[in-house]
Design a protein around this ligand. Structure first.
Ligand SMILES: *Cc1c(COP(=O)(O)O)cnc(C)c1O
Length: 385
């Protein structure tokens, strides 16, 4: 097994006849066969071969192998978006009548899957709140099949104890699925703690430059096979071009995430010391309520800092209007520092009560700290405050 950075750079598909150093882009929808027998054997899956890019493509193969190594997973499959990976994972593994136990703090569209679409197929979800993690067993029923969570959570940056949840999942025979998007495989590997499947929005730090959308699911081979068959037949496949971009991006994931986290810690410390700030949440700040869990399972604190201004909603909005350098944008994990106001944007469709339950207070601002010079990031925040 190669070390992380080496796997990120050196896992490559076989060279073509041109002896290229960096993997080429295979922008082709389909592949040819030598003869009728080759075609028959390929369709019968008697030998591994690319047939059609909805099923597989060399650029996807490279990306999937790479991320599987980075997460310590047996196998994986890549998708057009993070949501396609999440939807396909659930759809492939759940039957009508099954039950899911999930943390309430999940990505907005994942919440919509649980509350709007899965009930149509008689799949019910019960939520536990980040603050009541130690009593999660009370939500498990005889028909519970999947335990699902994200850590750190979006946007409140709570940290959930993967070791604990891995133990609960094992004890109750549940499939443990973790969205590892905020941490990236460089900072945290949920499979080590018993996760069966790890999903990612590759759109975020994996690309890291705000260019392409992508998603990936990696984990247990038998489960991935089901997810693959679902995806192969329903069509959420990643384009070879985006797979090629993402595979190149991952070559620099380790150095980028190191720098993101270094900048984020400095931003968090600056905010914590500023008189206009009511509270700051960042996993590697001593004041973070789950600081010791973060230290146990994460290599660094990541790049998301959540903070609350004194004065609530009005002050929060005035602050954003004064920002000059940072972007006001819905994405995260970009080279560019991005600020969002969850209560009026990404989480505006939730009731005030639901927002408070997951730690989204009216004045909460989420900062995805980028790779600009940290002095410039801090001075922009400083002048706006
Ligand atoms: C963005 C995001 C997703 C969805 O990914 P897309 O690529 O936008 O479909 C899922 N989970 C988390 C934690 C995210 O931040």
């Amino acid at each position: 097994m190669k070390n992380f950075e080496t796997a990120a750079i050196r896992s490559q598909i076989e060279r073509s006849g041109f002896d290229e150093h960096s993997s080429p882009l295979y922008l082709t929808s389909s592949f040819v066969f030598e003869d009728a027998e080759d075609m028959r054997a390929s369709f019968a899956e008697e030998k591994p071969k690319n047939l059609y890019s909805r099923f597989s493509n060399p650029n996807l193969t490279e990306l999937i192998d790479k991320v599987s190594q980075m997460e310590g997973a047996e196998s994986g499959y890549a998708f057009a978006t993070g949501m396609a990976a999440i939807f396909s994972t659930f759809s492939a593994l759940l039957e009508s009548g099954d039950h899911v136990v999930s943390c309430r703090s999940v990505f907005g569209s994942t919440h919509t899957l649980f509350t709007k679409y899965f009930p149509k197929w008689k799949i019910e979800t019960d939520y536990f709140k980040p603050k009541e993690t130690l009593s999660v067993e009370k939500y498990i029923k005889p028909n519970t099949k999947i335990l699902y969570l994200e850590t750190p959570t979006n946007p409140a940056v709570d940290v959930l104890d993967l070791e604990y949840f891995g133990r609960i999942a094992k004890k109750h025979g549940l499939i443990f699925v973790v969205d590892n998007c905020f941490a990236t495989p460089y900072l945290q590997n949920p499979i080590k703690y018993g996760a069966d499947i790890v999903v990612h929005s590759a759109t975020k730090l994996m690309d890291g430059q705000g260019r392409v959308l992508g998603g990936i699911a990696v984990g247990r081979k038998d489960l991935i096979q089901e997810i693959y068959l679902f995806a192969r037949n329903t069509g959420p496949s990643l384009s070879p071009f985006n797979a090629w971009i993402l595979s190149k991006s991952l070559e620099t994931l380790a150095v980028r995430v190191e720098k993101h986290a270094e900048n984020a810690l400095k931003v968090a410390l600056f905010l914590e010391s500023h008189p206009c700030i009511k509270s700051v949440k960042y996993p590697f700040l001593l004041s973070h309520p789950q600081h010791s869990i973060a230290k146990k399972q994460m290599k660094l604190g990541g790049n998301i800092v959540a903070f609350e201004l004194k004065g609530g909603l009005k002050t929060g909005r005035e602050f954003l209007d004064k920002i000059k350098l940072c972007s006001l944008c819905a994405n995260l994990g970009d080279t560019r520092t991005i600020l969002t106001h969850p209560a009026s944007t990404t989480h505006s469709k939730l009731s005030e009560e639901d927002r408070l339950e997951v730690g989204i207070t009216p004045g909460l601002v989420r900062c995805s700290v980028g790779l600009e010079n940290v002095e410039d990031i801090i001075s922009d925040l400083h002048q706006a405050l």
